[in-house]
Design a binder for this molecule. Sequence first.
Ligand code: FAD
Ligand code: DLZ
Ligand code: SF4
Length: 512
Amino acid sequence: MASLILVLGDQLTDTLPAIANARKTKDTILMAEVREEATYVKHHKKKIAFLFSAMRHFAKHLRDSNYNVNYVYYDDEENKGSLLEQVKHSLASQSFTDVKVTSPGEYRLLKSMEQWQSVLGIPVTICEDNRFLATPEEFSSWAEGKKQLRMEFFYREMRRKHNVLMDGKNPIGGKWNYDAQNRESMPETHQVPKHTVFKPDDISSEVIELVKNNFEGHFGEIEDFHFAVTREDALAVLNTFIDERLPNFGQYQDAMVEGKPWLYHSHIGFYLNCGLLTPSEAIQAAEQAYHAGQVPLNSAEGFIRQILGWREYVRGFYWHFMPGLKTDNYFNNSRALPSFFWDGQTNMNCMRQCIKETQKNAYAHHIQRLMVIGNFSLLTELSPEEVQAWYLLVYADAYEWVELPNVAGMILYSDGGNLASKPYVASGSYINKMSNYCKNCGYQVSKKTGPKACPFNYLYWHFIDKQKEKLSNNHRMAMIYKTYGRMKEENIETMKQDAAIFLSKLTKNEEV
Ligand code: FAD
Ligand code: DLZ
Ligand code: SF4
């Protein structure tokens, strides 16, 4: 009467029902470092090291809590290379009455697991992942019948339902959203508190060697690995953020500074998404800090909105719109990724900085992902499929349920506007306002046309011109199309020609 319980690399939470309900004397928890999960996209070296080390530490924690754990190392002889083959191997080696798994974060894996019962010939239960504050069913019933799905309204429902930052039926402070106060650039001399780092312990050091030996061809640098790999250390990251950086989080949330990748962000996405932290505890910590008078409302609300709003919204959105979300291509874009996405070698300083930091850290903050790399990807008409794969492999917090809505819905608008009310596109002046990148660039942000002009400038108007049939009826684009309507025909033509030259260079993979 023993169950085999499979725990995935992003399910490192001992309160998950599949783990919490395990019978410690009978059942076996199976965890496996498998080639299929590590290579179906060539994940960043630091992402693999992070996850394998966190998995090994979690297995130790379970053993210390008296669970039976069968942990399969990457280089074990018994390693079968995929989750299904590993489960088959366990069932062949020992007698189990059934298999339990927790619902995975990816459609691909869920569809596969739904077949396991017939493939394995033994009952397979897919248990609930109870770490989220809204179930996929809740999202779908909220979405039903709505013409437009907007995160802001979903977020308000979540605030009410979970009684977060509420004053009776009203939001604390009288407003739901303080974003208008959260758009400041950062003065050059501003000193940001240091982000929390950890020296690799023996387990992490062993995993780093394994990654060096087995994942050489993967994107990114393995040197200077400093992530938390236990719940205890992840809690330290959260607590230090709340004490030292949350007070300024709101104000500088959108700022970008050359050489400062971490800024006032929390860097907890890595830990929330693999299970070392839960969203509820992050939300509660921020709310308590606000009530204790340690942080201003705009920061507490801004941070809570990211987790209780955006994070829950994109997860519901993913399950609601899959599998179509992955193949949608509203603008029919197909250009291959330029090679500088892999090495950062470009004269565009903003792109160079954001890609090099991604290469080094397996991290870039939201505005770098959205308004620099994302903006570029849409304006240069890159293939949604290739952009999706890139974002999934380069960031250590990336899993498809959260990456895909952000890429397909937020940056590429390839879903035709189900997620975003308008495409997130901007010319160079936005990047110049929010960063100091333009100072060290091979292009000039003030120039609109010509070989030295900032490519974002003419690419932006090229996009507005080219997509007018699809976008000009969108009332949120009305101001832009009004400005476009007032532009001289010859200026538009020059920008279109410059854009054509730039895009043809990208197609030929020439240096830009
Ligand atoms: P902070 O800025 O401190 O924010 C706090 C938390 O809020 C984050 O840890 C995250 O859990 C949540 N959050 C904020 N924005 C979003 C959002 N748009 N969607 C979901 N959660 C959000 N986030 C991921 O966790 N994984 C991804 O693969 C991912 N891919 C992205 C791809 C693109 C194109 C864009 C534009 C955004 C993506 N994001 C992704 C959202 C966001 O950029 C990251 O969550 C954030 O940068 C992580 O850093 P942080 O923990 O310091 O976040
Ligand atoms: C991302 C990842 C990697 C790199 N490796 C493993 C692994 O070896 N074993 C495992 O169980 N999970 C891994 N994961 C996480 C899975 O890919 C993740 O569970 C699915 O993508 C669903 O979110
Ligand atoms: Fe980026 Fe243009 Fe500024 Fe250069 S000038 S950093 S390309 S926005």
